[in-house]
Design a binder for this molecule. Structure first.
Ligand code: DUC
Ligand code: ZN
Ligand code: ZN
Ligand code: ZN
Length: 488
């Protein structure tokens, strides 16, 4: 046969267009697309007129990572990537997380050791930078960017992770000069700490108070501050896991000014509210993530920003912690919201949730769905067009969708190692039933067909998203006119 695989009779959807025809694959890549392709495939699949969409790219998920508080994720690179694949995702970009005192190079080596023998789909890494020492800024980051780690996440909150505004400027300057994109967790640390202290002191430690401590204005303020820091030095910036009306409006206004500020949201901000944390005892911890889910008005603002292009990416922020002392509730039923592991699982339901709630309900188009779940992730992080599209020359990463399949979400049917899902009992319509990764049919008839360690590492190119717009603050421009050494 001329081809390894031909998928026939497909409605092929990319972020740009929808066509009908066949997709021919050889050596892991798409070789030809067209109506009634002549050649033969070793394997032929009739899509029967169903949608075939690019495999999802999940650019925000935590896999085999230790949290700032030292809690290990429940998913390793096997269960995490298997779960992703069953949800139609064929590329993940988890984090290689530095903890203070660690060399970034050492961190990256450790994550490779973990991923190489286990991942079943392809993966890249973002770095989490918590310790921007002169060595990290001057040597390690520039070298790592060259090696394909072209995005970093930084935190404005959490004692063990947060970087100061001064350090943010240092990190943005390196990213700007060497071509990396900075992602920021924007919440005001002191607002959260102050509210949390008083809540817990007065006996209000239950999970529902997490949403009070993480006040909306903490996200709004930090979002505005992060954008201001990025403007000062003319560095692009991406705000992760956005949940809140005022912060979203601040993002939208920054984009209207022509700034390169990008935004991401996640399933929990369209599908959960703070009320979900209001459960007896510590049970509400299963719905606890940061920023917290808000209310229906915030959900509407998130939908509006998905629809009008204010958000570029819809990521899972999969942060898998089991509901036990090794995970969510380190002190059992005595655990206060301050001690709970932060985050919800969602790597498998990410695409089906947005498909069902977004496409099926007419809130976004199918093209927007592909952009938000796949193409934009690949573009923003330097993996396009290898990933994020169905095109000649691209990796053969796609999924055949049964748009009419009714699914009741239940953890028993998911493939993560968490033990529950915050979406138990939800009714969704549409699911990816056949998933192809580099030409390999990795999911079919509800079964996995992929070897441990068959996923490949993807070095990321320096993305266009990281290029400055050429407009730093006037004071910064003046400094160079005074003959000062350029700051970057
Ligand atoms: N930030 C994340 O990105 N994920 C989980 C929790 C958090 O604070
Ligand atoms: Zn975060
Ligand atoms: Zn007090
Ligand atoms: Zn996260």
């Amino acid at each position: 046969a001329e081809y390894d695989l031909i998928v026939r009779n497909a409605k092929i959807v990319t972020a740009e267009r929808q066509t009908e025809g066949d997709i021919a694959v050889r050596d892991g890549r798409v070789i030809e697309i067209g109506p009634d392709l002549k050649g033969k495939g070793t394997r032929e699949i009739d899509a029967g007129g169903k949608f075939v969409l690019p495999g999802g790219v999940d650019s925000h998920c935590h896999i085999e990572q230790k949290s700032g508080m030292g809690v290990m994720c429940a998913d390793d690179f096997y269960t995490g990537t298997v779960s992703a694949a069953f949800g139609g995702t064929t590329t993940v970009i988890p984090f290689a997380a530095q903890h203070r005192g660690m060399s970034l190079r050492q961190v990256v080596n450790e994550y490779h050791e973990a991923a190489t023998p286990k991942a079943v789909i392809d993966y890249a890494f973002h770095l989490i930078v918590t310790d921007p020492t002169p060595q990290a800024l001057g040597q390690e980051l520039p070298a790592l960017i060259k090696d394909g780690y072209t995005s970093f996440k930084i935190y404005m909150t959490y004692d063990a992770m947060k970087v100061s505004d001064y350090q943010i400027l240092d990190i943005l300057s390196v990213a700007r000069r060497d071509g990396a994109l900075v992602m920021v967790h924007a919440e005001n640390h002191d607002i959260i700490q102050w509210l949390a202290h008083h809540l817990v002191e007065q006996g209000h430690g239950a999970p529902k108070f997490h949403a009070i401590a993480h006040a909306r204005i903490a996200e709004a303020e930090a979002t505005n501050r992060a954008i201001s820091l990025a403007r000062l030095v003319d560095a692009p910036l991406l705000l992760v896991h956005m949940s809140e009306i005022e912060a979203i409006e601040t993002l939208r206004q920054a984009q209207k000014k022509g700034l390169k500020i990008f935004g991401e949201t996640c399933p929990q901000y369209i599908a959960l509210t703070a009320d979900d944390m209001d459960k007896p005892g510590v049970e509400g911890a299963m719905w606890c993530c940061s920023p917290p889910p808000r209310d229906s008005a915030a959900q509407e603002a998130v939908w509006a920003a998905l629809k009008d292009g204010t958000f570029q990416t819809f990521s899972s922020d999969h942060a898998p912690y089991q509901f036990n002392a090794g995970g969510k509730i380190p002190k059992g039923d005595k655990t206060t919201f301050k001690e709970m592991a932060n985050g919800v699982p969602g790597i498998e339901i990410r695409l089906p949730m947005l498909f069902s709630e977004g496409v099926q309900k007419g809130r976004i188009t199918l093209q927007q769905f592909v952009a938000l779940t796949s193409a934009n992730h690949a573009k923003l992080y330097g993996l396009y067009p290898r990933k994020g599209t169905i095109a000649v020359g691209s990796d053969a990463d796609f999924a055949i969708w049964d748009a009419d399949k009714d699914v009741t979400v239940t953890w028993k049917d998911l493939h993560d190692n968490v033990g529950y899902t915050p979406y138990e009992g939800r009714q969704l319509k549409g699911w990816p039933i056949t998933v192809v990764s580099r030409g390999r049919v990795v999911v079919e008839d509800g079964k996995l067909n992929a070897e441990r360690g068959s996923g490949q590492f993807l070095p990321c190119a320096s993305p266009d998203s990281s290029k400055p717009i050429g407009q730093s603050a006037p004071e910064l421009q003046a400094m160079s006119r005074f003959g000062l050494k350029p700051l970057f």
